[in-house]
Design a protein around this ligand. Structure first.
Ligand SMILES: *[C@@H]1O[C@H](CO)[C@@H](O)[C@H](O)[C@H]1NC(C)=O
Ligand SMILES: *[C@@H]1O[C@H](CO)[C@@H](O)[C@H](O)[C@H]1NC(C)=O
Ligand SMILES: *[C@@H]1O[C@H](CO)[C@@H](O)[C@H](O)[C@H]1NC(C)=O
Ligand SMILES: *[C@@H]1O[C@H](CO)[C@@H](O)[C@H](O)[C@H]1NC(C)=O
Ligand SMILES: *[C@@H]1O[C@H](CO)[C@@H](O)[C@H](O)[C@H]1NC(C)=O
Length: 430
């Protein structure tokens, strides 16, 4: 009897250790910065601020008006940053091409090998143009004019997400999983490349468009399509590349980073975004997450040219595990994957699974920030959207001349009050 008890104790202890062993990081317990933004300068259709302290400072840029007006204000207000970042980023991608192309379909690799990165990006532009709204090009033209940059380079930069690959994690937690039992907390963790120049210029653009509603695009100076952001209509977006094809793929269609921006700028509800995504001419294989703070729901999209399946916590385990959990999850994690009122997917899935099981019922924006450090996800950028408090928390990788830990998930987050930012009026300048 005693022997059995001892044996069981060892077994249980081993299991506990194993679950924690899957995590290699430490909780991010740094209290997020919160305070007043500092105005840097303003022009007729935009104003530029900084948020955060010392080495964790980011730009917050408001832009107003037509697509061209907004692009122009962006270009003028961040001219030195854009002039430095865009060429440096293209050069970096070219130098690190092998890393960037890893895991992409062979036809894409072959084409890039044959024609070079600039030609391949130009090819993507031509293939996606028929499916892309004119307003994107108008804004890019404004940005190029305002920053005195080559318009074609601005276009090529925005074709990169179609051609390169990033790890990433996402999650949406609502209802019973939260300590508050109401609201929606969503994570967008971007694991990309912390050796390039992007993290030198983290920028949140608050759009106040003539057409559409206010929204925040989380990226870098000169970046105007969406891989992270939240809208004043209460939607938030997350994404993750897929390691395997999720159906047929195509290079002709609307790039996902353009489609996600349309979701933020135009959609009023999760239903509208589902319709938009299902009706789009999609291209590559990717996982998307869309959260709706009004309805307190989050959906995972299994996405490719031929596929647009939508999942919530009740049916996420119906996804073929070979597309999904298998490579990141042992059998215990697969068996216990589904959690009520949470949908999650990303790198280090075994660690996510054990941590989320521990935190279930006690989740909040604070817990999610703690967890990205533990799970080690979001090396370049980590963003938490908390819809009930209307707050967004943003962290970025260490810039070239900054100190502290290299990865965004271990650094201090900056708190942004989205209600006030979405409500901010245009500068009174003609
Ligand atoms: C910006 O705003 C002003 C005043 O609202 C307007 O007259 C101007 O044409 C706008 N566009 C640009 C590109 O400056
Ligand atoms: C999963 O469930 C949601 C509703 O809860 C539904 O909208 C969706 O279509 C389901 N997905 C699949 C692939 O059956
Ligand atoms: C709940 O989460 C908070 C914030 O992350 C943490 O400080 C607290 O210890 C947690 N409580 C429990 C019972 O796990
Ligand atoms: C970092 O510092 C070097 C030397 O002072 C400077 O040339 C460079 O522009 C700085 N980089 C950034 C991104 O500020
Ligand atoms: C939004 O702005 C209007 C007018 O500028 C002001 O009356 C209102 O209180 C603001 N709302 C919030 C939530 O800041």
């Amino acid at each position: 009897m005693k022997v059995v008890a001892l044996f069981l104790t060892i077994l249980l202890a081993n299991r506990a250790v194993r679950a924690d062993d899957e995590c290699h990081g430490t909780f991010n317990n740094l209290v997020p910065w919160s305070g007043d933004l500092v105005k840097v300068k303003e022009v007729a259709n935009g104003s530029l601020y900084t948020a955060g302290d010392g080495d964790d400072q980011i730009f917050v840029l408001h832009v107003y008006g037509s697509p061209y007006d907004m692009g122009y204000a962006h270009g003028v207000l961040l001219k030195p940053q854009i002039q430095s970042l865009l060429p440096a980023f293209l050069k970096h991608v070219d130098e690190e091409l092998e890393v960037y192309l890893k895991g992409l379909p062979q036809v894409v690799k072959d084409e890039v090998a044959k024609v070079g990165i600039n030609e391949a990006l130009e090819g993507t532009y031509l293939l996606t143009k028929p499916y892309t709204a004119q307003y994107f090009y108008d804004e890019m033209k404004g940005l190029a004019d305002g920053a005195e940059m080559d318009y074609n380079m601005v276009i090529r930069i925005h074709m990169l997400p179609e051609l390169v690959k990033a790890g990433c994690s996402m999650l949406g937690a609502w209802g019973d999983s939260l300590s508050s039992k109401s609201g929606l907390t969503q994570l967008r963790a971007l694991d990309w490349d912390v050796n390039g120049p992007l993290q030198d210029y983290p920028t949140v653009v608050i759009y106040h468009p003539d057409n559409g509603h206010a929204f925040a695009n989380v990226g870098w100076s000169g970046w105007l399509t969406t891989i992270s952001g939240m809208s004043s209509s209460g939607l938030g977006v997350s994404e993750k590349h897929s390691d395997v094809p999720l159906g047929q793929e195509s290079r002709s269609g609307i790039p996902f980073n353009f489609l996600m921006r349309d979701v933020l700028q135009f959609d009023e509800s999760l239903e509208q975004s589902i319709r938009r995504i299902q009706n789009a001419h999609r291209t590559c294989s990717i996982w998307l997450g869309v959260g709706d703070g009004q309805e307190e729901r989050f959906r995972l999209f299994e996405y490719s040219y031929s596929t647009a399946n939508v999942y919530d916590d009740s049916n996420v385990t119906k996804i073929d595990p070979s597309r999904f959990m298998k490579e990141h999850c042992d059998q215990s994690c697969i068996d216990n994957y589904a959690l009520k009122d949470i949908v999650y997917w990303g790198v280090h899935l075994g660690c996510w699974n054990s941590q989320l099981r521990n935190s279930h019922g006690n989740m909040s924006a604070e817990t999610v920030i703690n967890l990205v450090g533990k799970v080690q996800t979001g090396d370049l950028q980590a963003v938490v959207y908390d819809f009930e408090s209307s707050k967004m928390y943003v962290s970025n990788a260490k810039g070239s001349n900054e100190s502290g830990p290299p990865n965004a998930y271990d650094r201090q987050f900056v708190t942004l009050d989205m209600k006030a930012l979405f409500n901010q009026t245009k500068p009174n300048i003609v």
